[in-house]
Design a protein around this ligand. Structure first.
Ligand SMILES: *Cc1c(COP(=O)(O)O)cnc(C)c1O
Length: 398
């Protein structure tokens, strides 16, 4: 689907066509994103929210327009969209603002499958504030154990942090149901949307969560930009976490007063060109429609699952049938690093390691695995080439 929109596929890797199966780490960018960023840098770039001159006004309009595009894409109001460097910064922002209002003995309930970026910020907060971290079990299939989640949710729980889709297991988590239960119990909800938002339509009004974090570069946009959805009514009651230009109302030597959100949490010059690039990526996805992307990806994924099962010795982490857009696996008798290196020589890019989610990888009894993840540009030919290359790698290593 639309591979031709992505210039990188004109490149050859060691003389082979590129088969890119690492979109879960970072996706490639379509021409429209590159063109939008270049156009801004070349013709109407200046700092935002400052200058009283033509270029600065143009640039401010484009930056705020990007916020509108994000808001539309996720079904939110503009004032609920805070631009950040990426999902990691978004989750740290929640930890350093809402998190700092928590008291010793308060609990944060996470799933066992969280990416390090939705785990380590809470460990740092726990060490500082004396809050307790609890972990809802993930089943051998790679799903959230709902009974275990419910048993750990209590009036002490002040925040539930959960991934929308695991970047190791490829399974979807029931974020709407989790949000409903957490709210009933009086806890706020932070969803790590890095993987989920790429593969299915999201609507904040429908999910109902309090925070949703995502990165531009997983959505076919640039690095250095992402967003945190956070309700303005709450955010305006919280202290800023970073001080600087653009986030203040008045400043004297003694003290400052702060702007309302989102400016309140966007200290300093933001990633202006990148925000425009992200908006271009979202418009590109809207043009293709997420429904069509989902249908296409399902076809590719089904082929990938079937063909991978036919490879002798393949051991997936979790239940193969439940995986939505990525598969982490090992091949019995082979080291994943060796396989990945031989795939690379054939032009095939996969991830190998613990995928920034060490605890869940260890839970499946391995320290490392190969991960093949798909994006909208992958097709059935990519699957065939991948399986052929995998068999070849095995034959070389045997
Ligand atoms: C990629 C990823 C992150 C981290 O995103 P950054 O862009 O590195 O900040 C967090 N959670 C999940 C599930 C991811 O896939």
């Amino acid at each position: 689907m639309n591979k031709k929109d992505f210039p990188i596929f004109n490149e050859k890797i060691y003389g082979n066509p590129l088969i890119f199966l690492d979109s879960a780490a970072s996706a490639q960018k379509p021409e429209t994103v590159l063109a939008a960023m270049e156009k801004m840098a070349r013709t109407y770039y200046a700092n935002v929210h400052r200058g009283a001159y033509y270029l600065s006004e143009m640039s401010t309009i484009a930056y705020e327009d990007a916020r509108k595009t994000v808001a539309r894409f996720i079904g939110a109001r503009e004032k609920d969209v805070i631009f950040v460097r990426g999902a990691t910064e978004g989750m740290n922002l929640v930890a350093q603002t809402y998190g700092r209002t928590l008291l010793p003995g308060d609990e944060i309930l996470l799933s066992e499958a969280e990416h390090h970026s939705n785990l380590v910020p809470w460990q740092l907060l726990a060490a500082e504030k004396g809050v307790l971290l609890r972990f809802a079990r993930v089943t051998d299939d790679g799903l959230l154990d709902m009974d275990d989640f419910k048993s750990k949710l209590s009036s002490k729980t002040k925040l539930v942090g959960m991934t929308h889709m695991s970047n190791v297991l490829g399974t979807l988590f029931p974020i709407k149901e989790v949000t409903r239960l957490a709210h009933e119990s009086g806890a706020l909800v932070l969803i790590d949307g890095c993987q989920g938002i790429v593969h299915e339509k999201v609507d904040m009004r429908d999910i109902g969560c309090d925070f949703y974090a995502s990165s531009g570069h997983k959505l076919y946009g640039p690095t250095g930009i992402g967003f945190l959805y956070a309700k303005a009514e709450l955010m305006n009651t919280l202290s800023p976490w970073q001080g600087g230009g653009d986030m203040v109302k008045t400043v004297t030597f003694e003290k400052s007063t702060f702007a309302e959100t989102p400016a309140r949490f966007e200290a300093g010059t933001p990633a202006i060109v990148e925000a425009v690039g992200l908006a271009a990526a979202l418009r590109y996805l809207e043009g293709l429609t997420l429904n069509a992307i989902e249908t296409h990806e399902e076809t590719v994924m089904n082929a990938l699952k079937d063909e991978l099962w036919s490879v002798q010795g393949v051991k997936p982490l979790g239940n193969m049938a439940l995986k939505k857009s990525l598969i982490s696996f090992n091949i019995e008798g082979f080291h994943p690093q060796d396989i990945a290196m031989l795939l690379d020589k054939q032009g095939i890019a996969v991830r190998v390691g613990h995928h920034c989610a060490e605890p869940v990888t260890e839970k499946y009894g391995v320290s490392s695995s190969i991960r093949a993840s798909i994006g909208l540009y992958n097709d059935l030919e990519d699957v065939a080439a991948f399986i052929k290359a995998l068999e070849k790698a095995k034959a070389i290593l045997a």
